[in-house]
Write a protein that binds this ligand. Structure first.
Ligand SMILES: [Zn+2]
Length: 307
């Protein structure tokens, strides 16, 4: 196929022209139809029945892809304009779902809130906890990490609270941190545990589309109108660590790197653990166009949680 959409460029179409493999690799290219990863194939000569034929530069699915033949056929009959139109329609649909339902979908599918783990609390309790912290500007901190010292615990919370979240959220830094995590935990994971997780994810879902949606969520959270929501997301990161057994590590990291980046990292870990592809598919089938999911079938949404 002649075109591929680039994840790094927010899904924009790229034409296969004379270039080198490593350049294309950096753009993280997806098939415009099925959103599976594709790779660049340089111009080549092919021999067919005593004739040499030039095969132009193009993009190819990996041999393991299920939708390979389907997409190759489709891309012959479809042009760039049609792909763009279809893409932007799909993107708009997803943005609408995010605008109306992001917080609900996120809380109800957060793996740390599904009751499977000993220290798990419910989505409702989590929401109350976050709202409580934001309203009263205080939280009950376990004293363990502070050697039982109340004053130290209080000083720690003040440090979290006095962190200039507004600066972090509105400057480039916050978004860049998110994109860094997308790159290093999801797209090209470096740590072994991330690599194993992503291998599993590739088996269970359309990985390209999953990455594309994560990128769209980051873009959505970092627009001005989402600022209040993003703040809640950061405090989700704080509240999550507060209710878990490894609060001690969190305290250490906050002291070293500052509150917001560490809270955001904790939030992102939960965000990337959700199978957004499944959720969006379920939303589409349910035709909840723009309606709040608060009144829809929660059981169905639960069942879609990524394992
Ligand atoms: Zn495809």
């Amino acid at each position: 196929m002649k075109y591929a959409s680039s994840l790094v460029l927010g899904g924009n179409l790229i034409e296969a022209v004379n270039g080198n493999h490593s350049q294309y690799k950096k753009l993280y290219l997806l098939c415009p139809h099925c959103k599976d990863p594709v790779f660049f194939q340089d111009r080549s000569l092919r021999q067919t029945q005593n004739k040499l034929v030039v095969v132009e530069e193009h993009f190819k699915h990996f041999p393991s892809s299920n939708s390979k033949d389907d997409c190759e056929n489709r891309s012959r009959s479809i042009n760039q304009e049609k792909i763009n139109k279809q893409d932007s329609r799909e993107r708009k649909q997803r943005l609408k779902i995010l605008q109306n339902n992001f917080w609900f979908l996120f809380l109800n599918n957060a793996s740390c809130l599904d009751g499977r783990e000993k220290d798990s609390i419910t989505p409702k309790k989590m929401e109350d906890l976050i709202e409580g912290i934001l309203k009263n500007q205080g939280a009950f901190l376990p004293l363990g990490p502070f050697q039982g010292n109340h004053e130290e615990a209080e000083a720690f919370f003040n440090k979290v609270w006095k962190y200039d979240f507004n600066t972090y959220i509105s400057s480039k830094e916050g978004k860049e941190d998110m994109l860094f995590m997308l790159q290093n935990y999801v797209l090209t994971p470096e740590a072994d545990c991330c690599r194993t997780n992503m291998k599993l994810r590739k088996e269970q879902t359309n990985f390209g589309l999953y990455c594309l949606i994560l990128k769209e969520i980051i873009d959505f959270l970092y627009v001005e109108s989402s600022r209040g929501l993003l703040r809640k997301c950061l405090f989700f990161g704080f509240a999550k660590e507060l209710t878990r057994n490894y609060f001690q590590d969190f305290v250490r990291d906050v002291r070293e790197y500052g509150a917001a980046p560490i809270m955001q990292r904790s939030f992102f870990a939960t965000l990337m653990d959700i199978n957004w592809v499944q959720l969006f598919k379920a939303g589409k089938q349910n035709k909840y166009k723009g309606k709040s999911l608060r009144h829809s079938n929660q059981g169905m949404l639960r069942a879609c949680t990524f394992r």
